[in-house]
Design a protein around this ligand. Structure first.
Ligand SMILES: Nc1nc2c(ncn2[C@@H]2O[C@H](COP(=O)(O)OP(=O)(O)OP(=O)(O)O)[C@@H](O)[C@H]2O)c(=O)[nH]1
Ligand SMILES: [Mg+2]
Length: 882
C-alpha cells in the first residue's frame, strides 16, 4: 500500500498495531515513511517483533522530528539495539507523551540512555519500563533524571530488579522532584527497609498522589497512602479555590482568517501550515471551514477544540502562584510549598467525566472542601457548586504546554463571490488576516487578480483596520524565471501604495511584500508559520489577563453544544450569574472576547441580534451555505429535490434568487424552529427579505442574483428618473452592500403590500440593478457601479424624491451599523433637474435644490425616526417607521 492510498483508506485506524514478524515487515517501511511525513497514527503498538539494528535506527531517526505520534508501546521487541539512537530521538521529539517498553530486557544500560533523554525531554508524561532487568544502577540514572525533569507524571517500573539502595536513590530524587504524580515500583527487590526511604521522602513531597509498592508491612503502606491521599486533596482544594476566585491569567488564543480569490490556494495553505498532506483535488470551500491548532515554536498541531477551558486555565494560575510562593519561600529560607502533576496523560483531558456527573459522584469531596474551609480562617467560604470540577494532574502538564503555545482558530473562507456578502458577518476587528493569491494569476491575468486583491485589502481595512495582514502567493513552483518574484513584488508595491495599507506585513527575509509558497511541495510553509506565530505573539491582546470565571462561563456555554446550536443571551446571563461574573459590562466584555477568538458568534448590533448566541459557528456557516452557494460549483443533488417535488422551487432559487418556504424547510431539515431561526437571522443580517407580491409569498436572497444588468449595451437609453448618487469612491463599496440595500427596499415594499393590502408591482432584480415600486405611486431604480464605486438612485416621481433619498440614506446607515462595523463612508450628490449637474449635499441643501431639499415637502412627508439614531433599532421597527 502506498502513502496516498493509506491516507485515503487508513487500514489500521489511528492506533496502529504491528504484531508478529509478518505484519511488521509488511508495514514497518510504511510506518517509518508516515513518521517522516508527520502523518503517522496517533498511537503505535509493536509487539513480539524483534527490531534489528537497521530497522531500529530508521525508526528512531524518523521519531526525531515526528509531530503526530503521541503514544508508542513496545513489547518483547528489542534485541540489544543502539540505545543512544533512541535517546537522541527522545531528546528532540516534542510530541510523544507516552512511551512503553516492556519485556525487552533493556537492563541498566537501556535505562541509562532513556534517563539521559529525560533530562532534556519536556513532553513525555508517561514512561513504562516493566520487566526489563533494571537494577540499582538503572534506578540511579532514572532518579538522577527525575531531579531535573519537570514533565514526567507517571513512572512505572514493575517487575525489575531494583533493590533497597535503588529505592533510596529514587526516594532522594522525590524530595526534589515536584512533578511526578504516580510511581509504581511493585515486584522489585525492595523490602521494608527500602520502603522506609520512600515513606520518609514523601514527607516533603507534595506531588505524588499514588505510590504502588508491594509489602506486607501495613503500617508503612498506610503511611504512604495517607501522604499521597493528603497530596491529592490538597491539590483538589487549591484547584476549586482557584476556579472560584477572581484570579487571572492570559488565554493565549488568537484567530487567523484566510481570504482571497476562489481557487487561489487558501485551503491548501491551511493544510500546509497544519502539516497535512497536499491534496491535488481539493474541493472548493463552501462558506468557511474552521479548524483549531496549537502553535508552539513553529510546530502547529491540529487539535480538536477543548471541551474544558477552565481547568487548564485554573491549573496555569495555580502553577504561577506556586512558582511565586516557591521563590518567596526560597528567599525566606522556609519550607517550600510544592505542587505537582499526576498520572493521566494530556490526552485524557478530553475523556474526562462531565462536570455534572462529577458533581453527583463527588458530593463527599465538596463536603470535604467545605469542612476544611470551616477550620481554615482564610477559607471559610463554600465553593460555588456550579464551578466544581475534578482535578487531574494532566491539567498542570497542559498548562505548562499552553504557557509556551498559542491556540489558533483558523477560518478558511470560501473565495467564491457568492459568499462575499455573508463573510461580512464573520469578519472581526482583531486577529490576523492572511490574503492568499495565485501568483500565476497575478502574472497572467493581472487586472482580474488585482481587483480581487484590492477587494480584500479594502474589506479588511473596513472591518479590521488595525489587524496585521499577511499576503501569501501560491504556486511558487509554477512561476518561471528568476525575476518573477520581483515582478510580482513590484506589481504589489505599486498597487498597494494607492491603497496605503499600513497593515501589510513585510517579508523581511526575502525582502518581499508577500510570502511565496508552494503547497504541493510544502515550500515556504515553515517560514510562513514562523511569521504568523510571531505576529500572534506580538499582539498584546492575546496575552490580556482574563478572569478564570470567564473560562467557567465559556465551558458552561460550550456544554450546551450537546443539545443546542444556539442559545439566548438571557440564558447566557443566567450562566454568568451562576459563575459569579460581575454585571453586564463584564459579561459583554467576555462575550466579545469569545466572539473574537472564534468560539461562538455573537452579533450585538441590535437587541434582537444580541439575544442570539450561536454556540456552533461551523454549524451556522454550513446551514447558511445550504442556501447561499454557487450552484455551478457546489451542486445540489437535483434528483433528490425532484423526488420530493421541489425541483421547480430549486430552479427558481438559483435563477431568480427566490426561495419558497417549502424549499427552505426541506433544505433546513424541516424543523420549524430551526427554519424560523435561520429566516430571522438572515433577515436581520440582511441576507434575505420577505418577498410578498401579487399575493404570493417567497423569500428573496439577493446574493444569489447573478444576471448582470448592462443598460448601456441592452437599452442604450437613460434610466428613468431624477438621480441621486451615493458615492463610495473615496473609501470603498464592498460586495454585499448593494445586495443588502435591495433586501431592505424589497422588504419595505413587500411589507407594504402585506400590511396595507395594496398590490405592488413585482420588483425586477439583477445583481447590480433593481426596479422596485417603493412608495405609493413611486418606482425607484437602484444601480450599482462597482467600477466607479457608487450606487445611483433614480426616482420617477419628483414629489417623492426627497423622501426616497432620505429612506435610502437611512437604510445605508442602518446596514452600515448592523453588519459593516460602521466602516462605510459615502457622499451623496444630487442631480439638478435644470442643469443636469450633480451638487454635493452641502451645496444642494444651501441652494434648497428642488425637489431634493424642498423644505415644505420634507416636513410633511418625513417621519422623525429617519433622522434619529440607527444603531440598535430593530429591523422590523426600522422598516415600520420608514
Ligand atoms: N501546484 C500547486 N497547487 C496548488 C497550490 N495551492 C493550491 N493548489 C491547488 O489549487 C487548487 C485550489 O486550491 P484550494 O486550496 O482548494 O483553493 P481555495 O483558495 O481554498 O479555493 P476556494 O475554497 O474555492 O476559495 C487545488 O486543486 C489545490 O490542490 C500550490 O501552491 N501549488
Ligand atoms: Mg478553500
Amino acid at each position: 500500500m502506498d502513502l496516498e492510498s493509506f491516507m485515503d483508506f487508513p487500514p489500521l485506524g489511528n492506533h496502529w498495531e504491528l504484531r508478529g514478524m509478518e505484519s511488521f515487515n509488511l508495514n514497518f517501511g510504511l510506518l517509518v515513511q508516515l513518521l517522516k511525513t508527520n502523518n503517522s497514527p496517533a498511537a503505535v503498538t509493536v509487539a513480539m517483533t524483534p527490531f534489528d539494528e537497521e530497522h531500529f535506527i530508521a525508526f528512531a531517526e524518523a521519531l526525531k522530528h515526528n509531530t503526530t505520534l503521541y503514544e508508542l508501546h513496545c513489547r518483547n521487541v528489542l534485541l540489544s539495539p543502539p540505545f543512544f539512537q533512541l535517546s537522541d530521538a527522545l531528546k528532540l521529539n516534542t510530541t510523544l507523551v507516552a512511551l512503553t517498553i516492556n519485556e525487552s530486557n533493556i537492563q541498566d544500560i537501556g535505562a541509562k540512555f532513556i534517563a539521559e533523554a529525560l533530562k532534556r525531554n519536556q513532553t513525555l508524561l508517561n514512561l513504562t519500563l516493566n520487566t526489563n532487568n533494571i537494577c540499582r544502577e538503572g534506578a540511579k540514572h532514572l532518579a538522577d533524571a527525575l531531579t531535573t525533569n519537570s514533565t514526567l507524571t507517571e513512572l512505572i517500573l514493575r517487575f525489575n530488579q531494583i533493590d533497597n539502595m535503588g529505592a533510596k536513590f529514587v526516594a532522594d530524587a522525590l524530595k526534589v522532584n515536584n512533578t511526578l504524580a504516580t510511581l509504581d515500583l511493585q515486584h522489585n527487590n525492595i523490602t521494608e527497609h527500602g520502603l522506609k526511604f520512600l515513606a520518609s521522602a514523601l514527607e516533603s513531597n507534595t506531588s505524588l498522589v499514588r505510590v504502588d509498592v508491594w509489602t506486607t508491612d501495613v503500617e508503612i503502606l498506610n503511611q504512604i497512602q495517607q501522604k499521597t491521599e493528603g497530596n491529592k486533596q490538597q491539590k483538589q482544594r487549591l484547584f476549586l479555590e482557584t476556579l472560584d476566585s477572581d484570579s487571572k491569567a492570559s488565554w493565549n488564543r488568537s484567530r487567523l482568517m484566510f481570504i482571497g480569490q476562489g481557487r487561489a490556494g487558501k485551503s491548501a495553505t491551511v493544510r500546509s501550515l497544519l502539516g497535512q498532506p497536499f491534496s491535488e483535488e481539493s474541493d472548493s470551500t463552501i462558506g468557511a471551514d474552521v479548524s483549531e491548532t496549537i502553535a508552539t515554536n513553529s510546530i502547529w498541531k491540529k487539535t480538536r477544540e477543548p471541551e474544558d477551558f477552565a481547568s487548564p486555565f485554573a491549573a496555569r494560575i495555580m502553577l504561577e502562584k506556586m512558582a511565586k510562593e516557591k521563590a518567596l519561600v526560597k528567599r525566606n529560607n522556609t519550607h517550600p510549598f510544592r505542587s505537582t502533576v499526576v498520572s493521566k496523560i494530556k490526552r485524557t483531558l478530553s475523556r474526562k467525566a462531565s462536570r455534572k456527573s462529577f458533581r453527583n459522584e463527588h458530593r463527599d469531596l465538596e463536603r470535604t472542601v467545605v469542612n476544611e474551609g470551616e477550620n481554615n480562617e482564610k477559607n471559610n467560604n463554600v465553593v460555588n457548586p456550579e464551578i466544581v470540577k475534578e482535578f487531574h494532574d494532566a491539567y498542570f502538564v497542559a498548562a505548562k504546554h499552553d504557557k509556551r503555545s498559542i491556540a489558533l482558530s483558523l477560518w478558511d473562507f470560501g473565495g467564491q463571490s457568492v459568499f462575499y456578502s455573508m463573510h461580512h458577518i464573520f469578519m472581526i476587528k482583531s486577529g490576523i488576516y492572511v490574503l492568499v493569491f495565485d501568483m500565476r494569476e497575478l502574472l497572467n491575468k493581472q487586472d482580474e487578480a488585482l481587483s480581487y486583491i484590492s477587494f480584500w485589502l479594502r474589506s479588511i481595512r473596513l472591518h479590521a483596520s488595525a489587524a496585521p495582514l499577511v499576503m501569501v502567493g501560491t504556486f511558487l513552483n509554477e512561476i518561471s524565471g528568476s525575476d518573477a518574484l520581483q515582478t510580482i513584488n513590484e506589481i504589489l508595491v505599486r498597487h498597494t501604495k494607492t491603497l496605503a495599507n499600513h497593515q501589510l506585513v513585510h517579508n523581511d527575509e526575502e525582502d518581499l511584500l508577500f510570502f511565496p509558497v508552494d503547497n504541493k511541495d510544502g515550500l515556504g510553509a515553515n517560514g510562513l508559520r514562523k511569521h504568523i506565530e510571531e505576529l500572534a505573539r506580538k499582539d498584546e491582546s492575546v496575552f490580556d489577563q482574563i478572569s478564570v470565571r470567564w473560562m467557567s462561563l465559556l465551558d458552561m456555554i460550550i456544554s450546551k453544544r450537546n443539545s443546542d446550536s444556539y442559545i439566548t443571551f438571557s440564558m447566557v446571563k443566567g450562566l454568568a450569574a451562576k459563575v459569579g461574573l460581575q454585571g453586564s459590562v463584564e459579561l459583554d466584555a467576555a462575550m466579545k472576547l469569545f466572539h473574537e477568538r472564534g468560539l461562538l458568534i455573537h452579533i450585538t448590533a441590535t437587541d434582537v441580534l444580541k439575544d442570539i448566541v450561536i454556540i456552533k459557528p461551523q454549524w451556522l456557516i454550513d446551514m447558511l451555505c445550504k442556501v447561499i452557494r454557487d450552484e455551478t460549483l457546489h451542486m445540489f443533488d437535483k434528483s433528490e429535490f425532484k423526488k420530493v417535488g421541489l425541483e421547480k422551487d430549486l430552479k427558481l432559487m438559483f435563477s431568480k434568487a427566490l426561495a419558497s418556504r417549502d424549499l427552505l424547510e426541506y433544505i433546513w431539515k424541516n424543523e420549524k424552529k430551526q427554519v424560523d431561526f435561520f429566516i430571522e437571522l438572515m433577515k436581520r443580517t440582511m441576507l434575505l427579505s420577505e418577498y410578498t407580491f401579487q399575493g404570493e409569498s417567497k423569500y428573496l436572497i439577493p446574493s444569489l442574483l447573478h444576471d448582470h444588468y448592462s443598460y448601456e449595451e441592452l437599452h442604450g437609453e437613460k434610466i428613468n428618473g431624477l438621480s441621486c448618487l451615493f458615492d463610495f469612491s473615496e473609501s470603498f463599496l464592498p460586495n454585499g452592500v448593494f445586495q443588502r440595500l435591495i433586501c431592505l427596499c424589497v422588504a419595505s415594499s413587500s411589507r407594504y403590500e402585506q400590511q396595507k393590502n395594496s398590490v405592488r408591482t413585482e420588483p425586477k432584480l439583477f445583481q447590480n440593478f433593481g426596479v422596485i415600486e417603493f412608495q405609493p405611486n413611486c418606482v425607484i431604480r437602484l444601480l450599482e457601479d462597482q467600477r466607479l464605486q457608487r450606487i445611483t438612485l433614480y426616482v420617477d416621481n419628483n414629489k417623492k424624491a426627497s423622501k426616497c433619498y432620505k429612506v435610502i440614506q437611512s437604510m445605508l446607515r442602518k446596514l452600515n451599523a448592523d453588519v459593516m462595523g460602521s466602516g462605510l463612508n459615502w457622499d451623496a450628490k444630487f442631480e439638478d433637474p435644470v442643469s443636469g449637474d450633480y451638487l454635493s449635499h452641502a451645496k444642494a441643501q444651501a441652494a434648497k435644490l428642488s425637489p431634493w431639499f424642498d423644505l415644505a415637502r420634507d416636513n410633511e412627508d418625513i417621519p422623525d425616526s429617519l433622522s434619529s439614531a440607527h444603531e440598535n433599532v430593530d429591523l422590523a421597527m426600522f422598516l415600520e417607521n420608514l
